[in-house]
Design a protein around this ligand. Structure first.
Ligand SMILES: [Cu+2]
Length: 291
């Protein structure tokens, strides 16, 4: 199965400053000290996606800093489901007060454990602290869900991760082979640059449609691209936003999107680029080893 992205019409509007990844920083965005950085001025008190505690990469823990990701149904049937969960705070009660990060109070990423499927959606919060989103997970298998959140009382962003199983006969597949070119509908995206364990590097992603460079990318959640990087084997999570932002007078709307990226260690990584063009968000996925 190929990479899939749900498109949410609510994602279409722009907002202020996207985050920037720091060279030399080790993989995630968003320790509390990053919150003071000028690039984060648009998100007071919140540092960004993928933050972690204790020096661990994001997404590896179901509970962190007192906050716990509680899935209503960690085992579900294939097909369309109303996926529900809550974030429980240090007192055990569902959290209802969040600081928005990139226009959303919560970003939900769902990936197959083999990294052959990927969804990035934005659930709705109800007053009792339950998050709900319609998901279409067509195939049986092992999935991982990630929530990027900044509970207001925590004052920073964390990424919690939990397993989700979809019932049925399941034949595990290998992680897709390493490749620097990815197709998404009629778009071809090429990746230049390397992943180096523990070192910040520049990745450049170039978007073409029917062979022609795309120069009118549309902002998606205030950036021309969002890059989620997952490590094969443990699904360590990195979420990176590009250098420059729409409307800053410097950043071109394609065909190139550049990211300062660092990964937390050696391994095989799967990179998922969300980009928006023609009012549709598409995902291009690459596999790249960290050298
Ligand atoms: Cu999101």
């Amino acid at each position: 199965m190929t990479t899939q992205t749900r498109t949410n019409p609510h994602d279409a509007h722009a907002h202020n400053a996207p985050h920037d990844q720091h060279a030399g920083h080790h993989g995630h965005i968003g320790d509390a000290d990053h919150g003071a950085h000028a690039h984060h001025a648009g998100h007071p008190g919140v540092a960004g996606h993928g933050a972690h505690g204790d020096g661990l990469p994001g997404g590896l823990q179901i509970t962190q800093d007192g906050y716990t990701l509680a899935l209503a149904e960690p085992i579900t049937a294939p097909g369309e489901i109303d996926f529900r969960f809550r974030i429980l705070g240090p007192d055990g009660a569902p959290v209802t007060d969040y600081t928005a990060v990139h226009d959303r109070e919560l970003h939900l990423i769902v990936a197959r454990r083999e990294l052959t499927g990927f969804w990035h959606v934005h659930p709705e919060l109800t007053a009792d602290g339950t998050w709900t989103v319609r998901l279409q997970l067509p195939e049986a298998g092992a999935y991982r869900v990630f929530t990027d959140i900044a509970p207001r009382t925590l004052g920073k962003t964390i990424t919690l991760g939990a397993d989700l199983a979809v019932t049925g006969a399941y034949e595990p597949k290998p992680t897709p082979a390493a490749a620097r070119t990815a197709l998404a509908d009629e778009y071809t995206v090429t990746l230049n640059g390397d992943l180096v364990a523990g070192e910040g590097r520049l990745l450049t992603l170039t978007v073409r449609k029917d062979g022609a460079p795309v120069t009118d990318l549309q902002p998606y959640l205030a950036a021309y691209g969002h890059l989620v990087i997952l490590r094969a084997g443990d699904l360590a999570y990195v979420h990176v936003h590009p250098n420059g932002e729409p409307g800053d007078g410097i950043t071109a709307a394609g065909p190139e999107i550049t990211f300062h990226t660092a990964v937390p260690g050696p391994g095989i990584y799967r990179l998922f680029l969300d980009f928006r063009h023609g009012d549709v968000v598409r995902t291009a996925a690459f596999t790249l080893p960290a050298v």
